[in-house]
Ligand binder design. Structure first.
Ligand code: SF4
Length: 92
């Protein structure tokens, strides 16, 4: 089974209007933000038409990669979703 097929079995409960990851406003993205476009395993990061990095955290796996890489530089804020929201992993 491919990883993508395994990930497809996960379920998410989106906390509408309360994203748990917010990218700080920027003119040009930092190198950390640009890295996340490639490194986020759920492909939550993308570059918009203005060359800025945006995040759509609805499919976030809560792996923490972006938190470790970019929160320290102030490029984004990261909190766990409220209880009951976010990813629901399926094991087995
Ligand atoms: Fe992507 Fe992981 Fe960051 Fe979620 S925590 S947005 S899956 S890098």
């Amino acid at each position: 089974v491919r990883v993508e097929e395994k990930l497809y079995q996960n379920r998410y409960l989106v906390d509408a209007g309360r994203p748990h990851i917010v990218v700080a406003p920027h003119e040009k993205p930092s190198k950390e933000l640009l890295l996340l476009v490639k490194l986020c395993p759920a492909h939550c990061y993308d570059i918009n038409g203005k060359g800025q990095v945006e995040v759509s955290p609805d499919g976030c796996l809560e792996c923490g990669t972006c938190r470790v890489l970019a929160e320290g530089s102030g490029a984004l804020t990261w909190t766990y979703p409220r209880g009951g929201y976010g990813i629901l992993f399926k094991f087995g």
